[in-house]
Design a binder for this molecule. Structure first.
Ligand code: KIV
Ligand code: ZN
Length: 389
């Protein structure tokens, strides 16, 4: 792994699947895991094995079929969770146990009714125990976003000593601002003894719409793993969207950050996950939404028809979308109408276009979107139709 490479840890099948109504059965998890493996993700978090017999079977089944990625199972800092996860991961070529505990004062006081030193002891014991089962142990400091940096550094140092290979710094509640999250990662890089032995990982939630920005800021400040989900699904407002962080790194090469993702599969994966989970990305969703490459105002359409890059920073083919769409609405201009008419077989002169455009506007005012069939009927019922035939 080069120093510019950011590992993509996909948690669609774990954090993503926690969304109410999105539960997947084992067959569905296998179908999605196969595609994630082909997409090039480095780690697939397949589930939380101790949570239910079904999830245990899913993690076991995913472990058997994944060819390249590391397969990971989530646990609490509880011996039985870890033992069960290790059993579920038995068939994985590269197994990882992801264990951890809440480290913010709020978690320590109200969730665990404990104290800071006791939490470090539990964290260390969990990592040591996980190490007796697998070599690759990731530790998460839940609610790290609201954990004070000095204490977080103590936790990180202790779990590295116990053998953790990856340190996950979750902004569990999506509270951090990008500069704060970036500073947290920088602080850990500069203040944790032994940090060179571990990879820092970003796991950001989207409660304030900042998950992607925070993850990128984390990577800029030295994190080399990003935890994310397809379409950004996950608890509450969701997780960092995989397609967003990957395309940010690709479109901004000067950041010197890259991934192993085959980006032309992104749109297909988005559709696959939507179909199996039964929730669809909003139309204006970056990269994979139905309108991400659709142009509907006259000014934009004219620009895109002349040169796609006028209003597009990504070539749609790079993410698996066949082409940009010129959508006809009452806000569209002549250039868009001529373009779409040509696509369905009518080469209009300027004068003909003037006539048809008037009819088109009346039609479009009464309808949200004008489709190919509508174009045929507008032109064929127009006075210029005879000239065309
Ligand atoms: O958001 C979070 O803190 C988590 C951990 C369990 C990794 O999902
Ligand atoms: Zn999470």
């Amino acid at each position: 792994m080069s120093n510019t490479n950011v590992q993509i840890f996909d948690t669609t099948l774990r954090d993503g699947e926690q969304v109410p109504g999105c539960k997947l059965n084992t067959d569905q998890k296998i179908i999605i895991a196969e595609q994630l493996d082909l997409l090039g993700v480095d780690i697939i978090e397949a589930g939380f094995p101790v949570s239910s017999p079904g999830d245990f079977s899913s993690v076991e089944a995913v472990s058997k079929i994944v060819k390249n990625a590391t397969v990971c199972g989530l646990t609490r800092s509880v011996e039985n969770d870890i033992k069960v996860a290790a059993q579920a991961l038995k068939y994985a070529k590269n197994p990882r146990i992801h264990t951890g505990i809440g480290t913010s004062d709020s978690h320590i006081k109200f969730k665990f009714r404990s104290n800071r030193d006791a939490i470090i002891e539990r964290a260390v014991a969990a990592v040591r125990y996980a190490k007796t089962h697998v070599e690759d142990v990731e530790f998460y400091a839940e609610d790290a976003g609201r954990t004070d940096n000095e204490y977080l550094a103590r936790v990180c140092e202790a779990v590295i000593k116990a053998g953790a290979t990856v340190l996950n710094i979750p902004d569990t509640t999506g509270y951090c601002l990008p500069h704060e999250y970036g500073a947290k990662i920088k602080y850990l890089k500069e203040n944790v003894k032994g940090i060179e032995k571990a990879i820092l990982s970003c796991h950001c939630h989207n409660d304030l719409g900042l998950a992607t920005a925070n993850s990128i800021e984390g990577a800029i400040n030295g994190a080399r793993q990003i935890e994310c989900t397809i379409n950004g699904i996950g608890e509450r407002a969701g997780n960092t969207a995989l397609e967003e962080v990957v395309m940010i790194m690709k479109q901004h090469p000067y950041l010197n950050l890259d991934t192993n993702i085959h980006t032309s599969m992104l749109y297909g994966l988005s559709q696959l996950v939507s179909e199996h989970m039964g929730i669809y990305a909003q139309p204006n969703k970056a990269i994979v939404g139905a309108n991400a490459f659709a142009h509907s105002s006259g000014i934009h359409q004219d620009g895109v028809i002349k040169n796609r890059e006028t209003y597009e920073i990504i070539d749609p083919k790079d993410v698996g979308v066949t082409e940009s769409a010129i959508v006809l609405t009452a806000r569209s201009g002549r250039a868009a109408l001529a373009y779409r008419a040509k696509n369905v077989g009518y080469e209009l002169t300027k004068l003909q276009l003037d006539v048809v455009y008037k009819d088109f506007l009346n039609y479009a005012d009464a309808k949200k979107e004008v489709n190919d069939n509508d174009i045929h009927s507008i032109i064929e019922s127009s006075s210029i139709f005879k000239e065309l035939h």
